[in-house]
Ligand binder design. Structure first.
Ligand code: PXG
Length: 289
C-alpha cells in the first residue's frame, strides 16, 4: 500500500494527494505548518506542536476548521494507517483556494494536510564531529514584518540563508536579527555553553520558540544547570566553550565552527554530549534519563 496522506478528513494515496493550484498556500505561502516526530509509536510533544500551530494560525487570522483534539486525533490516525512508529509528521494548514488576489476573504476551505513519512536523519558522523556553520548575510525576518514566532508556509527568508550555507559547504547557517544580534539557524535554535552556564537567544531576539529548545532547557535545568535566555551576539559564539543546535529533525547536534573560527577546542564538548544523550533517552521514553 502506498503512503496515505490526510487531506481534510480523508486519506489519499501519495500520488493522488492533491490540492488546488488556486490555494493561497501555494500562491502566496499563506498558511502555517508544523514539523513533528514520532518515536517508537509516541508523538513527541504533540499537544505543544498543535498549540503552536493554532497560535501561528491565529496570528495570521486563519481559522483552522477543526478543534485541537480533532487535529491531534488526525495526526495519530495518519501514523496508525501508515503503520509508522518512528516517523516525521508534516502538519499543514493552507488558507484554501480563492481568486488570484491576495485578499484572504476571497478564499474558502482552508486545507488541513498531514503527511507522515519515514524520517531522514543527519549522518551519525555529524553528531560525532559536529557541524560547521557560517553567518548568512540574509537576516531573520523583522518581527514587525513577519514575526519569526509564526511558523508560516513562507520560509523564503530561511531558504535564502540555507542557500548561503550550502554554497559555503555548510548544512546550517546562522541568522542574525535586524539589530545584528544572534537569532537562530535556518531550521534550528542555537545554544552555547560558557564556563558551565548555558546561554540561548531569548524569544524577543526574533526566533521560533522551538519545542526541542524548550525540552532541552527543561532537561538542563532539571540536572542543575543554569540556562540564561538573553540577547547574544556573534562574539558570544566565537568565544564559547561549546555550541549546539536543537530542532525536531536534528535533536541536539554539536556545532564546532562558526565563520571559520573553531568553537572551544573545535570538538563537541561534554555538556553538549550529555544533553544530547539525555534528550535522546527522554524522547524515546526512558524515564531514567
Ligand atoms: N527555528 C526555525 C526557524 C525552525 O523552522 C526550529 C527553530 C526548531 O524548532 P522545533 O520546534 O523543531 O524544535 C525550526 C523547526 C526542515 C524542518 O525540514 C525544519 C524545522 C521543522 C520542520 C522541518 O528542515 N525547523
Amino acid at each position: 500500500m502506498s503512503l496515505q496522506i490526510y487531506i481534510g478528513g480523508k486519506f489519499y494515496d501519495k500520488a493522488d494527494a492533491k490540492i488546488s493550484v488556486y490555494d493561497h498556500g501555494l500562491l502566496y505561502g499563506d498558511g502555517v505548518f508544523e514539523g513533528i516526530r514520532a518515536y517508537n509509536g509516541r508523538v513527541f510533544r504533540l499537544e505543544q506542536h498543535v498549540d503552536r500551530l493554532f497560535d501561528s494560525a491565529r496570528a495570521i487570522h486563519l481559522t483552522i476548521p477543526m478543534t485541537k483534539a480533532e487535529v491531534i486525533a488526525a495526526v495519530e490516525k495518519t501514523l496508525a494507517i501508515n503503520g509508522l512508529k518512528d516517523a516525521y509528521v508534516r502538519l499543514i494548514v493552507t488558507r484554501g483556494a480563492g481568486s488570484l488576489g491576495l485578499d484572504p476573504r476571497k478564499t474558502s476551505d482552508p486545507q488541513v494536510i498531514i503527511i507522515a513519512d519515514s524520517i531522514q536523519l543527519y549522518p551519525e558522523e555529524l553528531y560525532e564531529h559536529g557541524l560547521k556553520i557560517i553567518t548568512a548575510g540574509t537576516i531573520r525576518n523583522h518581527p514587525a514584518a513577519l514575526n519569526p514566532r509564526i511558523k508560516s508556509l513562507n520560509y523564503l527568508n530561511n531558504i535564502l540563508a540555507k542557500i548561503e550555507g550550502t554554497n559555503a559547504g555548510c548544512l546550517e547557517a546562522l541568522m542574525l536579527n535586524h539589530q545584528g544580534q544572534v537569532a537562530e539557524c535556518t531550521g534550528d535554535n542555537l545554544f552555547i555553553v560558557k564556563q558551565g552556564v548555558i546561554h540561548t537567544p531569548s524569544i524577543d531576539s526574533g526566533i521560533l520558540e522551538g519545542i526541542t529548545r524548550a525540552a532541552v532547557i527543561e532537561i538542563a535545568r532539571s540536572i542543575g544547570l543554569t540556562v540564561v535566555e538573553r540577547a547574544m551576539d556573534r562574539h558570544d559564539i566565537y568565544t564559547a566553550d561549546e555550541c549546539f543546535l536543537t530542532g525536531t529533525a536534528a535533536e541536539v547536534i554539536p556545532c564546532v565552527e562558526l565563520d571559520g573560527r573553531p568553537i572551544g577546542d573545535g570538538r563537541p564538548g561534554p555538556v553538549t554530549r550529555d544533553l544530547r544523550r539525555r534528550f535522546h533517552a527522554y524522547v524515546r521514553g526512558d524515564q531514567s534519563a
